[in-house]
Design a protein around this ligand. Sequence first.
Ligand code: GNR
Ligand code: NI
Length: 174
Amino acid sequence: MALRQILTEPNSILRQKSLPVDLVDENIQSLMDDMLETMYGAPGIGLAAIQIGIPKRVIVLDIDQKEGKKNPIFLVNPEIIQKSKNLSTYEEGCLSVPGQFAEIDRPDKCNIKYLDYYGVKKEINAEGMLATCIQHEMDHLEGILFIDYLSKLKKTMIVKKLSKQKKALERIVV
Ligand code: GNR
Ligand code: NI
């Protein structure tokens, strides 16, 4: 297992569309192991492969990490079967948009099908935080970030701030 670097906005790689996995083999499992370690280390409750620069349709999640109990979920090639008309609002953050948070409306329930860590076909009926998180991660597979749902002004302010922070960091590193 290895910690990988998480890409942050603005970065055109985050805008790439991820490609389906054709076989869940040891390489994909090792990618999932690295993603999980990177997600826990961040710390975060979800991570899509594109956030570490790999354009594959792979997601790891763990939305209830308490008292050291781990409950990881691995989603390969997830597809939405159904989503509710009803929306719910959560304050979202993103490891690729560090330090920024905003309330986002999304369908409050969704049913998805996917392949698990072993390549076995599964389905989840998700609601609440899990439904929000799955949709946030599936957006990453399409190159979409939560800030894309904000007004142009709010989004521009956030991107400018992140871009300044990046430049300041580059000056320290170099
Ligand atoms: O750690 C994360 N927290 C979070 C909170 C509300 C809605 C979505 C998320 S996902 C985020 C990790 C991340 O950036 N995943 O892509
Ligand atoms: Ni994110």
